[in-house]
Design a protein around this ligand. Sequence first.
Ligand code: SF4
Length: 302
Amino acid sequence: MVDRTQGKIGFCGETEQLRISSIGAHFGEEPPISGTNGSGTIFFTGCSLKCCFCQNYQISFDGMGNYYTSEEVENRIEKLIQSHGIHNVNFVTPDHFFPHTIEIVKILRNHGIRIPILYNTSGYQKIESVQMLKNYADIYMPDFKYADRQLAKLLSHAEDYPDQALVSLIEMVRQKGFLDSFIDNNTIATKGVLVRHLILPGQIQNSKDVLSMIFIEFGKDIPISLMSQYYPSARLMKENNADLQFLKRRIMLNEFEEVYEHALSLGFTNMLVQYPQDFISKKDQTEFSPDFSQDKPFKGNR
Ligand code: SF4
């Protein structure tokens, strides 16, 4: 652990100075989040988890991004509200810049802007950090990547991921409840928690165990987003570690079906599902590999 306020670089790759790789309206989030006008995504440079399969490796590992002040970010958000009517402000993997996000929210509120503030996190944060956000967050959209400690260690060097993720998720739900779009007949979300899980190739038992863990703690009504979009990144394809070779393919239909059937058997009622058939049929698979050297990193938004 280093003191980043003293100019040192943390595990995340960043000092205390705010760096951001992309700000824009994003239409690829879940429907209650992106809606029709888009979600105002702010991709922070660096990451405190650094998963070896990261699809945003240009920013999480390679440090692509520029310095911003909180005022400049707030100004860009105001412009997105004027140009697109974005439904929310979406802080993507902001964990290592939580104090800066709080400052941005304060400036937005001083300017009378009240659109929902969404924290789109890795799931791996301390409960104290989530408590710090209580008065500044409206929506939490955490990942729940692993139930398997050994897998968490292998892919993210975070053997305690399942414990940390569960404790912080309990705090998020305690603060905000479940995502309100499900209660309110699929309208745009304004408050609550939506948990995301990305199915990884060959790791079906981990996915099933994640779903079981969440079900046991929160019951069948917790909103879940089950994602099958995993695509091996260019960085991962160069990986020589024999233990990571299983990540060099997409998930197969039968893998998705096994996880999905498990979710259904548990009885989850508020599920958003990304069916792999939607991707397999697409000719242009690069759609799932954002390029943060572009003004608009996501093809669908260009
Ligand atoms: S937490 Fe998300 S952004 Fe960070 S390295 Fe893992 S996949 Fe990438």
